[in-house]
Design a protein around this ligand. Sequence first.
Ligand SMILES: C[S@@+](CC[C@H](N)C(=O)[O-])C[C@H]1O[C@@H](n2cnc3c(N)ncnc32)[C@H](O)[C@@H]1O
Length: 271
Amino acid sequence: MNETYVHGYHPRENERLQDQARTLVDLLHSDTAYPGGSMVLEVGCGVGAQTVTLAQRSPDARFTSVDVSADSIAEAKRRTDRAGLTNVEFGQADIFALPFNGESFDHVFVCFVLEHLSRPVEALAILKRLLRSGGTITVIEGDHGSTYFHPDSPAAHAAIQCQVTMQREAGGNALIGRQLYPLMVAAGFDVVRVSPRMVYVDSSRPDLVDGFTRKTFTTMIEGIRESAIAAGLIEPESFDAGVHDLHRTTEADGVFCYTFFKGVGEKRRHA
Ligand SMILES: C[S@@+](CC[C@H](N)C(=O)[O-])C[C@H]1O[C@@H](n2cnc3c(N)ncnc32)[C@H](O)[C@@H]1O
């Protein structure tokens, strides 16, 4: 992989991905189910946070889940084994060098991966070649520019901006959600449909306060503290004030909003 993977592979990050997946299952997966017998490729499966849900929701589909990180693959395998799933095979592979023949899969699923790539259209075009005619791709990405909250806080926005800047400098794009439609069209997919999936959190939804605002989003920002400071992007006091203000949004009168984007495109049979 050419790009530096900005979130890293620490146990705390693995746990964060699990919290994120658990909290967002219905929002992100409710309309994804694959027919029995279909072959599905999941690229960038990480520690299997989405894989378990995908394979449980489509028990008669066959999943091939790959990631560039061998350690993540090993953890993903442990998780699907623990869940008793037998319809997933894992492999280590880079999205730009996938070891599959063209037209090998009926469907492709990619979640929170394009944001880390400097050549997302090229990656999508590679995935299109692996699809059979009539197949679909599903792509889910976040967009940190969609974050707003109450009480509002310039310090919190500055801490979030550190993540956006670091991801850009690592070759990725933390604002990619808003670009899903043009990226998928540029890669040659047909009938592309993108739907925004907004997470709205207030204290009447304690599961989301804990699972999303605290353990998914704020934990992600906290995780870049040392590198953001080392890169000279922010002073420690300002960063800590921003994180404090993100936690402040989890109090009784706080509100937190974030939007994910889910795109589905087809590979049409062309005459
Ligand atoms: C934020 S994680 C998302 C994991 C999982 N899809 C999820 O939603 O929890 C991004 C994953 O993409 C993987 N990745 C990054 N660049 C990759 C590449 N070039 N080829 C394959 N996987 C890649 C990383 O190793 C990481 O596991």
